[in-house]
Ligand binder design. Structure first.
Ligand SMILES: [Zn+2]
Ligand SMILES: [Zn+2]
Length: 296
């Protein structure tokens, strides 16, 4: 990996630490850890390519996300480097597919695979289109789907980082993400007991009342609940009896240690299993909480 930076180093160390402490998430972290590292490396590489967008404060404070206000994906964005970084992460996490992914990388590098036009198409949600496109590229449809999801995440995370300072002074009261509109995959309880929701797609975080359900806005201290796993008081889940959704939650109010949110979310996969077993659904479905087979 070229241009290793401090953040990527720290993230690599966190992944090693979780692997040592929680061997039950080894397969998930081995699969998705390389993608997290590639994302971190790519974000550092493109740090100087900054783009901001005008935000209508009134619309925003009324719950209209940035994604609904403007076109966040532009043809001049760094699609090629993002696509190559996603392919690199996938080939390390899914080494049995390395040959297919190598072919994909070559097509991206040669400009035969246009990441921007694909991200704009309906291909990801249209099975037939996905299958025929994947065939043409020489990869499995499931691999192409995961590739496109991570490509969108890389780009959205870049947007969220570039826009963080503009959004900070504005008020956001919704349970979905102010940048991209997705629901959170994780909540972190920080200083003063405040709850910070973590977006599953763009990694943006925003504060939200602790007893309100981010998914359906239901607010009833008697019905809403936090469930614990025996012996680990830092790892909990918020469950909503009304919409039957849950949100894995890490209590970090007593520590200064800042672990990468995606690493925390993956390390809580045992809670996902327990809660889905009880009939609850995650607020946002990710590769690490749906327990579907990986790409191929
Ligand atoms: Zn988001
Ligand atoms: Zn709810």
């Amino acid at each position: 990996m070229e241009s290793i930076n401090n953040e990527t180093e720290t993230l690599a160390e966190e992944i090693r630490q979780v692997l040592a402490e929680q061997p039950h998430v080894e397969s998930l972290l081995n699969a998705f850890g390389p993608l997290l590292l590639e994302k971190s490396r790519w974000l550092a590489e493109v740090r100087n390519y900054k783009k901001t967008f005008p935000v209508d404060a009134i619309q925003y404070e009324g719950g209209i996300s940035l994604m609904q206000q403007c076109q966040l994906f532009l043809p001049e964005d760094l699609w090629k480097s993002a696509g190559l970084a996603v392919a690199q992460g996938l080939s390390q996490g899914f080494s049995h597919l390395a040959e297919d992914i190598k072919g994909l990388s070559e097509q991206i590098a040669e400009g035969r695979f246009d990441c921007f036009s694909l991200i704009h198409s309906t291909v990801e949600s249209d099975d037939e289109q996905l299958t025929s496109l994947a065939e043409g590229l020489g990869v499995e449809p499931a691999l192409l789907q995961v590739f496109l999801r991570f490509l969108a995440r890389f780009m959205l995370t870049k947007r969220a980082q570039d826009m963080a300072a503009e959004l900070a002074p504005l008020a956001w009261k919704k349970g979905y993400c102010p940048v991209c509109g997705s629901f959170p995959q994780l909540a972190i309880i920080r200083d003063k007991g405040h709850r910070w929701l973590q977006c599953s797609d763009c990694s943006h975080e925003w504060q939200f009342p602790r007893l309100t359900c981010p998914y359906c806005d239901h607010e009833d201290p008697e019905n809403t609940n936090y469930v614990f796993v025996e012996g680990k008081k830092e790892d909990t889940a918020f469950i909503c009896s009304k919409c039957r959704r849950y949100l894995v939650t890490a209590n970090r109010s007593e520590t200064l240690r800042q672990t990468h949110p995606d690493v925390i979310a993956i390390s809580l996969a045992h809670l996902d299993l327990i809660l889905q077993g009880k009939g609850f659904m995650p607020m946002s479905e990710c590769e690490w909480n749906t327990f579907k087979a990986g790409p191929g």
